[in-house]
Design a protein around this ligand. Structure first.
Ligand SMILES: [Zn+2]
Length: 149
């Protein structure tokens, strides 16, 4: 089964057009975002709205079909962030510059590492775009917490 057009629209609007993992705003991207299955289809995850999240291509492709990961500071395997079950702010905060996502919990740190939301293992394009968006006043989302410097 595929996600219906109606479900796509509902998921997209529920997320306020932001990637539910890295909080990138689809409005300022060239490439349309995707519908992510929180519990992967390969593990029996459904196409119902309560199993779907709005995700940028980076986050969706880097997560693949995984639901667990390991943070940088521990050997412990923990569940990845589940946007249908927990608020983003429970696990993440922006650094003082508003450019890097900082993990507040083992789940947050494992998700940051696996999805590479700060582009540490890629080319850093994400950080350049965020810096520009901070400069232009489009980022971070106004309700997101930011570490004080
Ligand atoms: Zn993302």
């Amino acid at each position: 089964m595929a996600v219906s057009a109606v479900n796509r629209r509902v998921v997209r609007e529920r997320a306020q057009f932001r990637c539910e993992y890295c909080h990138a705003d689809e409005h300022w991207q060239f490439i349309r975002f995707t519908i992510d299955h929180v519990l992967p289809q390969s593990a029996g995850g459904s196409d119902d709205g309560d199993n779907l999240a709005f995700a940028c291509r980076n986050c969706n492709e880097r997560r693949g079909n995984r639901s667990e990961g390991r943070g940088p500071d521990t050997a412990q395997v923990v569940p990845l962030f589940n946007p249908r079950q927990e608020p983003w702010v429970d696990h993440f905060v922006w650094d003082a510059a508003g450019v890097r996502i900082v993990g507040r919990t083992p789940t947050g740190r494992a998700t940051i590492m696996l999805l590479d939301v700060n582009d540490d293992r890629h080319d850093g394009a994400v950080l350049r775009v965020r810096q520009r968006d901070v400069f232009d006043g489009y980022h971070p989302p106004p309700e997101d917490p930011i570490l004080s410097s």
